[in-house]
Design a protein around this ligand. Structure first.
Ligand code: BYC
Length: 339
């Protein structure tokens, strides 16, 4: 994978690795060295010792993130065949293809922690693994595609820029490229909406309707409030998360309000107003019951999304089998030629 350290920790069966048991540091020394590196804001690499809980948290977060990128291709992919012009179609194809690339960087980053891609995908396909709540809502009209770019990708960037400084090296490096591409995605969405807002009253209404349907879901995307977020404190201590769910949500609201004004749409929140003393926008209450229902599999499109991914996986079996057979033949040929 691009920019990743591919040298994984040696397997215990690898006899070429000499292990000096009598000089091996004990668990407490390893933990202390790990803590010092985290405290000094250093990076942890795949070959380094790390606590099992740190490894587990990273596999959880990175694989969820990868699944979100892959499932996130579906709502927009739905509009490729119906894009209103050739220009919009090529942009949308490129964007959806970027999301596939992001999924692959992220699966590769998670694999450096010793979990196979097959294990991660099996967890997704069985419904055990989570992916972002936001992709369980339908894209009803073309304006939804623009709003996904503007608001969903905008929220994603807000969450993901701090991940470029995550303490785990492969994840942080993958995020640098992901963020550059997400930034293009956000701007193309906003630009598509600006075009629609220069159009007819019917087009304005489509944009406003899409904003009304996506706004609250985007705010929930940042995760539960800090005082109800079980993973936040430890994630922050380990330098995986750098900014809390609530702080990121606030930054997103503050950045988005002026963009909505420029676009000429209303954000569907009567409580949204500038608070002079806080120097931030206040906003209304998020429906957390709806969020949890969606996260737990009962959103409008959860079943459809999962069924589509499982079908794609099953339909691709012949190709994976053929690729493996080809690779086996190639390596056999190379060995014969070398003999
Ligand atoms: N949806 O303790 P918390 C994209 C879960 S891709 C579903 O705060 P944490 C894009 C959370 O996993 C967007 N589940 O957790 C792609 C945890 O459950 P578990 C994805 C959510 O990890 C294509 C529980 O709630 N981005 O943007 O400290 C096209 C408690 O939460 C959600 C990433 O994955 C949610 N929205 O913080 C366009 C970024 N929120 O795992 C766009 C990387 C929370 O304990 N991930 N949960 O069973 C993160 O930054 C963090 O994992 C989160 C959650 C902020 C998401």
């Amino acid at each position: 994978m691009y920019t990743q350290a591919l040298d994984l920790p040696p397997s215990p069966e690898d006899k070429s690795v000499v292990r000096l048991a009598h000089t091996a540091p004990d668990q407490a020394d390893l933990q202390a060295a790990f803590d010092r590196r985290i405290d000094a804001d250093g990076r942890i690499e795949p070959q380094d010792w790390m606590p099992e809980a740190y490894r587990k948290t990273l596999v959880r977060q990175i694989s969820q993130h990868a699944h979100s990128e892959i499932v996130g291709m579906l709502p927009e992919g739905n509009w490729i065949s119906r894009a209103p012009s050739l220009k919009r179609k090529t942009i949308l194809i490129a964007k959806v293809q970027d999301e596939a690339g992001h999924g692959l960087y992220l699966y590769s980053a998670a694999e450096t922690l010793g979990t196979s891609r097959d294990e991660m995908l099996a967890a997704l396909h069985s419904g055990k693994a989570k992916y972002s709540s936001i992709f369980n809502y339908p894209t009803l009209n073309w304006a939804d595609v623009g709003v996904i770019g503007w608001l969903v990708d905008g929220a994603a960037i807000m969450n993901q820029i701090p991940l470029c400084r995550c303490s785990y090296g492969p994840y942080a490096r993958a995020m640098v490229r992901v963020c550059k591409e997400e930034s293009f995605h956000q701007r193309q969405g906003y630009e598509a909406l600006l075009s629609m807002m220069k159009g007819t009253a019917e087009q304005h209404a489509l944009v406003q309707d899409a904003v009304n349907r996506w706004w609250w879901k985007c705010l929930a995307m940042f995760g539960p409030p800090d005082d109800q977020s079980p993973n936040s404190a430890q994630g922050m201590r380990w330098g995986i998360k750098r900014i809390s769910n609530d702080e990121l949500r606030q930054k997103f609201v503050d950045a988005t309000v002026p963009q909505a004004e420029l676009l000429g749409v209303t954000l569907p929140d009567p409580d949204l107003k500038w608070n002079e003393s806080r120097q931030h926008y206040d906003y209304g209450a998020i429906d957390w019951d709806e969020f949890w229902a969606t996260v737990n599999g009962n959103g409008p499109c959860n079943k459809e999304r999962l069924a589509t991914r499982v079908k794609a996986w099953n339909d691709g079996q012949w190709l994976r089998d053929a690729a493996l057979a080809h690779a086996r033949k190639e390596s056999q040929r190379t060995r014969q030629e070398a003999a």
